[in-house]
Design a protein around this ligand. Structure first.
Ligand code: ADP
Ligand code: MG
Length: 351
């Protein structure tokens, strides 16, 4: 039996179904990330697991027990939010120990637990400060520490890094990953950022419009997206997905000879830009983004159906090309994906 089990979980606001029957099982110790665009229902689902939002249909079981109607305080879960919600007048130590003091836990035990959490989170030297004298990253670590001292069955995170600047976000992401390795605690983490999802998760659950589009190991989603949405949501820059009707020559360029109507997807690293004209597709460079380690080349190709199509290529070498240059493109062998008219993946290499 799974540790946490969602069975046909539903949520409605008025007439609007925002969570449309989610089935999901999470194993003990697993780090699961819910990812999806803003408004797809990530927070709502997490809050239902936390007991902060009522469940309108289905059930939730934790460690063999039905918790669907259990109040949040009895669920043995700890949630970390985007806003740290620390008590401003309390020290770091008091913020972290608040729940334990409320539960009348022995003082020596509290001291030991807070000390241990502070050590894990590199907060030992800040225990006597108040939140206003901490950086954003430190505040977020205090919020995480507050969750750790409670030793919950499951950690729930809702976009915990969104308020941090890019460098701090990267740093804190690594800390959260390390924390999970050390504590091995079951974790559900919500983010709209697919890089966070890819780097933190044992398993990524891609949500869209209140439904699961696909769940799987990060690289499995990258290599075998089940549909066009997942294909373009995971990976940056996003996968080139072209309507075959708009660029019929792409079919022969990838070697998919069958006259299948639908979409062909190619990741930017598999679009190879060549000077001259011996590549499979002719085009003109529109834009170049030089990132140092990577170069992104945006090329306009084909006007066969009266429409130009833009393909993005990513290479790890620099380029002497300039916007306006004539180029040709090749597609790396066996690197394409095929989606039918409904956007569902069909055996990519069956052609
Ligand atoms: P996410 O966290 O993925 O951005 P949310 O779970 O916050 O999305 O919201 C999912 C959907 O439910 C959105 O369309 C949102 O507008 C709607 N929603 C969230 N909370 C409420 C509420 N209290 N009342 C009505 N609609 C809500
Ligand atoms: Mg949210």
């Amino acid at each position: 039996m799974s540790y946490l089990q969602l069975k046909n979980v539903e949520k409605r606001y008025g007439d609007v179904r925002v969570i449309k029957g989610i089935d999901l099982t999470i194993e003990k110790g697993e780090f699961v990330v819910f990812v999806g665009p803003s408004g797809c229902g990530k927070s709502t689902l997490l809050r239902m697991i936390a007991g902060l939002n009522e469940v309108d249909g289905g059930s939730i079981e934790l460690d063999g027990r039905d918790i669907t109607s259990l109040p949040s305080s009895k669920r043995d879960l700890a949630m970390v939010f985007q806003s740290y919600a620390l008590y401003p007048h309390m020290t770091v130590a008091d913020n972290m120990s608040f729940a334990l003091r409320l539960a009348n836990v022995d003082k020596a035990v509290i001291k030991e637990k807070v000390g241990r959490a502070a050590e894990i989170l590199n907060l030992s030297q800040y225990l006597d400060r108040t939140p206003k004298d901490l950086s954003g990253g430190q505040r977020q670590r205090v919020a995480i520490g507050r969750a750790i001292v409670r030793a919950p069955k499951v950690f729930l995170f809702d976009e915990p890094l969104s308020n941090l600047d890019a460098a701090l976000r990267g740093e804190t992401r690594i800390e959260i990953a390390t924390l999970h390795r050390e504590l091995g605690a079951t974790t559900i983490y919500v983010t709209h950022d697919q890089v966070e999802a890819m780097t933190l998760a044992d398993r990524v659950v891609v949500l869209r419009d209140g439904e699961i589009e696909q769940a799987g190991a990060p690289l499995d989603l990258y290599d075998q997206p089940a549909n066009k949405f997942v294909a373009q949501f995971i990976g940056t820059p996003q996968m080139n997905v072209v309507d075959t009707a708009e660029l019929p020559t792409l079919r022969s360029a990838v070697g998919a000879a069958a006259a299948q109507q639908g979409f062909i997807g190619v990741r930017p690293e598999n679009v190879i830009v060549k000077p001259g004209s011996d590549g499979a597709l002719r085009g003109k460079v529109e834009l170049i983004e030089s990132l140092g380690s990577d170069t992104l080349i945006y090329t306009k190709v084909g006007a066969e159906a009266g429409k130009h199509v833009q393909l993005i290529s990513r290479q790890n070498t620099r380029t002497a090309l300039r916007p306006g240059d004539a180029v040709s493109l090749d597609i790396a062998p066996d690197s394409f994906h095929i989606f039918n008219r409904q956007g569902q993946a069909v055996a990519a290499h069956a052609q």
